[in-house]
Design a protein around this ligand. Structure first.
Ligand code: NAP
Length: 438
């Protein structure tokens, strides 16, 4: 591209796992970026908490500063890679007010305060880009916003949390228990010292809310996202799923549904049985994938690294180049739109099929009693598998039933589980997992 535009200034907030890589690539790939943009990018400063922190790459000492407040004012592009809510939110608002375009990878901030930040960007005609906030290196925000803008997205099934996929994959492929797999994930740096945000599904719920908002043009408050983590998944369940041709995945599911009052949206995160023939079943280790079903395009799968410094930096750099190009060619930023304003539909109204694990009394008539409970709530049973586990202390064996249902509303299944929990025939309802992707 012919270069005829003034140099653009870039301020970076954060030089950690992602920020250091972004800064490094901006400084070392300057000519390449300039030829794509039509202007050179000058990194004017990198805000950090401490000037003495260890960096993954060498960065010019004169660029590092602890004065983030001054750095954000006057830059053409501000790149927020600090994480957390504050001071990131205030700094982004200040940058937008001062006329900068903002790039962020901060899903927690966008999930909690997205509408306020997008409004602020809209008011001044600036861009707020966040490709790296969902699924790391994988391009999914721009495909949803731009490439599929003329289509009608019906459903998104996403493996958007690498830590939980790594744990579930280890259970499936190496027979590790949940505790062993979590310990392995921690040792290898895939899980944080406090893994709650990952294993309880909070991180995936934040990403689900961002995906749903974009795909369905509807504001989705992260608090409205139904969320179930993976901590109750057992090795027996993973093995039994595999024996029946399925794998357990933590899915973020965003779909258009028929609600009780008309069309709506369901956004939920929960462990899910995925048939091993579905493309998502082959997503191994800490990788991410987003499977999109659109009216005209059909099924699309976006796959790759969901985290990591250089990988996530790739997505951030793509946003920086896009924002810089707009400076060069002019025109307003692309605003986020929530025009469809669809209501959120409660999971109780969503139809799925289920696998229900029951520990039951080993006596005649039990199966009939249990079948009766399902029938009474209009939940049709597709298959029943029974197994006996010998008691380690020589007592009577434990009988386990795995009941696979046809599709039924969540509220009917909940009613079945409540009745089973107080039934004499059932010792314990040891698991309920939804099935998707059939
Ligand atoms: P990180 O390694 O913890 O780095 C955070 C950086 O921000 C550090 O350089 C830190 O300074 C600086 N910082 C924190 N608070 C600050 C403050 N109050 N003032 C000035 N500087 C401050 O974080 P990260 O992993 O790079 O993640 C950055 C963002 O990217 C987060 O929003 C995260 O969710 C998102 N993200 C990360 C990944 C990934 O793979 N890591 C993937 C996708 C999205 P010091 O170095 O001096 O401590």
């Amino acid at each position: 591209m012919k270069q005829n535009y003034r140099n653009l200034t870039v301020a970076i907030l954060g030089a950690g796992t992602v920020g250091a890589q972004v800064a490094h690539r901006l400084l070392t790939h300057r000519a390449e970026h300039a030829s794509r943009i039509g202007a050179e990018l000058d990194v004017v400063g990198i805000a950090v908490r401490s000037l003495d922190s260890k960096r993954s790459v060498d960065l010019p000492a004169e660029l590092l500063t602890t004065d983030a407040e001054s750095l954000v004012v006057g830059a053409d592009i501000v790149v927020e890679l600090m994480g957390g809510i504050e001071p990131a939110k205030t700094l982004i608002l200040r940058a937008l007010e001062s006329g900068a375009d903002v790039i962020t990878a901060n899903k927690a901030l966008l999930a909690a305060h997205g509408p306020e930040l997008f409004d602020a960007a809209d008011k001044v005609g600036a861009q707020l880009y966040y490709e790296a906030a969902v699924a790391g290196a994988i391009p999914i925000i721009r495909p949803l916003r731009d490439s599929l803008a003329g289509d009608h997205v019906n459903r998104i099934l996403g493996i958007v949390n690498g830590t939980t996929n790594f744990i579930l994959d280890l259970m499936d492929s190496e027979g590790q228990s949940m505790e062993q797999a979590l310990a392995t994930a921690t040792d290898l740096g895939y899980a944080e010292a406090d893994p709650t945000a990952d294993i309880e599904g909070f991180d995936a719920a934040q990403k689900a809310s961002l995906l749903a908002q974009l795909a369905f043009h509807t504001a989705v408050d992260v608090e409205q996202v139904y969320r179930e983590g993976i901590t109750k998944i057992t090795l027996d369940q993973v093995r039994q799923a595999r024996s029946q041709g399925s794998v357990v995945k933590l899915l973020a599911i965003c779909e258009r549904v028929a609600g009780p009052d008309g069309p709506g949206v369901s956004v939920r995160v929960h462990p899910t049985l995925v048939p091993d023939t579905h493309p998502l079943a082959s997503v191994r280790g800490a990788n991410n994938a987003v499977f999109v079903e659109a009216e005209a395009a059909g099924s699309l799968m976006f796959y790759g690294a969901g985290a990591g410094g250089p990988e996530t930096a790739s997505a951030v750099l793509g946003d920086i180049v896009s924002a810089a190009r707009r400076h060069v060619v002019g025109g307003p930023g692309v605003a986020e739109s929530t025009h469809a304003n669809l209501p959120m539909v409660d999971p109780g109204h969503i139809d799925t099929s289920y696998h229900v694990w029951l520990e039951v009394a080993d006596r005649p008539g039990v199966l009939a009693e249990i079948a009766q409970v399902f029938a009474a709530k209009d939940v049709s049973v597709e298959t029943v598998q029974q197994s006996l586990t010998p008691d380690a202390n020589g007592g009577p064996p434990t009988a386990t039933l795995v009941i696979q249902t046809h599709r039924a509303p969540g509220e009917s299944l909940d009613a079945v589980v409540n009745t089973l929990q107080s039934s004499d025939a059932v010792t314990r309802v040891s698991g309920v997992i939804r099935v998707e992707g059939e």
